[in-house]
Design a protein around this ligand. Sequence first.
Ligand SMILES: Cc1cc2nc3c(=O)[nH]c(=O)nc-3n(C[C@H](O)[C@H](O)[C@H](O)COP(=O)(O)OP(=O)(O)OC[C@H]3O[C@@H](n4cnc5c(N)ncnc54)[C@H](O)[C@@H]3O)c2cc1C
Length: 404
Amino acid sequence: MVEHYDVAVIGAGPSGAAAALHSVRRGFETVLIDSAEFPRDKTCGDGLTPRGLHQLNQLGVEVNPTYRNRGLKLHGFGTSATAPWPSTYPCDEGTALQRHRLDALLVDAAVAAGATLLAGNAATNPQLDGNFLTEFSVGETQIRAREVIVADGVRSTFGQKLGRIWHKGEVFGIAARSYCESPFSDEPWMHSHVELRNEDGVVQPGYGWIFPIGDGSVNLGCGALSTAQRPAKLNTKKLLSLYASQQRDEWQLGPEKFITSAALPMGGAVSNVAGANWMIIGDAAACVNPLNGEGIDYGLETAALAAQLLGTNKDLTLVWPDLLRQEYGEAFILARTLARVLTYPQFLPVAGPIGLRGPMHLAARLMGNLITDEDRDITARLWRAAGSAVATARCGSPLWDSTY
Ligand SMILES: Cc1cc2nc3c(=O)[nH]c(=O)nc-3n(C[C@H](O)[C@H](O)[C@H](O)COP(=O)(O)OP(=O)(O)OC[C@H]3O[C@@H](n4cnc5c(N)ncnc54)[C@H](O)[C@@H]3O)c2cc1C
């Protein structure tokens, strides 16, 4: 059986569901495909910074309306600091919502807007004519679409068949999450513990988090940065349990439930993210902030960007990676470089205590990449200048380059 669409979107996580929603709203007949049935779980911290919430507001999808947070509280090295979300960003509040709920909300919104959902079968067997994707299979069905958006997540099994390569020499994340009951589930701050020690007391290059959800539970997890040269030698699930035991009394935590772990590519460290009529977005395109591991927002943003190119009849092979570099290139290269420094074991124990006593109002803004092109203040100018200088210095490193 052959089905024809204007646009096919592979993967119905936040990136794919948002892309399908944009696509139908632009008038394209759109199919949204996922190997899973919804609702489905996804390993995540569930945190939505103002960047993510802003995108959801733009989409008109209301998320966890009874809970909002005001910024970050950072702890470690004998001190704590409060970093409110910056008032300069178009949205100045954040939230959190379990991914099985968030992702289902977005899929429902796409379907309600008119997208056809094919759930429960993976997209496989792409047929290429040069780098033009002519058709692929979903179960017994052949899908032919004029344009295809690939949003198949970290492993990007479909993307790999199209030639997508993940460069593990660049910094990437490994992380685990769990859910715990807590009477402080309404606490209006996201908490991060940057002095994350293993059972031998050694500081790890990452952080633990407790993100309140407002429903009687918190998302508790930990993550570390790694590179092929300096792999983080840790068991994230074990570290999570240790971290939970350290936080148990203060947060009156119930037992950790639903512990899962995953790796995440970051900062655009992948190649071959587009062909003549297809674009890779979200995690599959390594659109994750290396400084805080957030990717839901970039998934939603890249969905909106990709949707703008639909129906333009352009060969997307170079247009799409060029657009990604223009939007995120300098910020991601700078963040990737700073994150790489954190993987040196000597760095964090020395820099951590100094950093936490620094100007904390800047931390949430810089870590969250909450600087807009319109911002003209000194911090924004310095951040952009540093991004530009690092991008020039590291111009050979992989950043959505194309080898077609
Ligand atoms: C432990 C951890 C904590 C995190 N915490 C946060 C956080 O607090 N805030 C934040 O913003 N980000 C966080 N992230 C990152 C965030 O989870 C991802 O950036 C986000 O899920 C990206 O969404 P996506 O739609 O690109 O991919 P996904 O959400 O992974 O969706 C991909 C979808 O594609 C489907 N799929 C895969 N292959 C196929 C195929 N061949 N055919 C059909 N369907 C397919 C999958 O079933 C899946 O539904 C965290 C990540 C981890 C691992």
